[in-house]
Ligand binder design. Sequence first.
Ligand code: MRU
Length: 353
Amino acid sequence: MKDTLTLWWDEDEGGIRYIDQTKLPGEFSVALCTTIDRLITAIQRLEIRGAPALGVAGGYGVALAAATSTGTSFKEFLHDVKGKAERIRTSRPTAVNLGWGVERVLARVLEETDIEEARTAALSEARKIADEDTRCCHAIGDCGAALLPDKCTILTHCNAGALACSSWGTALGVIRSAVERGKEVKVIACETRPLLQGARLTAWELARDGIDVTIIGDSMAAHMMQTTQINAVMVGADRITGDAVFNKIGTYMHAVCARHHCIPFYVAAPLSTFDAIHKEREVTIEERGRDELAVLGDRTLIPDGVPVRNYAFDATPMELVSAIITEHGIVRPPFAINALLSHAGPKDNGCLK
Ligand code: MRU
């Protein structure tokens, strides 16, 4: 199976190249971003999206801030880069990888004392994050593939594929690795209202790889579980605290239904998605604009004046999770997250393989 890169540094243009995910599946378009304002817009519009890809974008974002800073003294340069790093870090609140990528590259910049050396160090650290993410996804795939039966139907939600990472994917990485090992895996992908990452992106990338994928409306998942058409649920994550898994809105409802029907609920994520500091109640769940729900093309779907809530993520309590698949192996209840992180170190993010 081909490994497609989602975002990378364009040496000639001095900017970030990325697959514009808002255009898929109709158009495959590679965009270029050479300013921090444009990068923040790309992140907020979900042109670049998915937790691990946001970590890579955060890292390249700091490299871009360093490359484009007009500061003449090192002090001015640092002030500028730090300010831009903070703007990137806070451009979306829920996926912890974004801040993780920003902080990792910023820490590297802070070790230097010269502008040119800081620029080189920032870019090299950002590239390291991107390469590591690809390796982590393959390691997650290797570990997770063993969990899947030789013949199975897996329900997934949103897009935790190559497009959400540097390449290969987390939840979809497990599916890709299982298919590569000769397993017969069928995927049921929820469309994922309102931005349709499942229908547009998961369907696009799996179909492109020749993997059997069928789209359902989000509210059809319970019926499919009840009628024994699903063997396991496999999702990615935007943040994993000691007490919950944050992922695309709707994930919690699948976890509740899976538990009710005794179906395993798996989460696939790299250590860069773990948050050892916060508890579930301290995490901000992004709320997005009304129009994502209220407008379809040129049609208004909800009467003017009727309020809308548009939560982008929800929190699945740990007791509903059967296992978390990481690049360091499979973690099972009671999910000793602090022990896992102190063993592997979230900063090194090094893969076992
Ligand atoms: O709002 P999005 O599209 O960035 O949300 C993405 C998700 O919820 C993914 O499932 C999650 O980031 C896992 S990606 C490997």
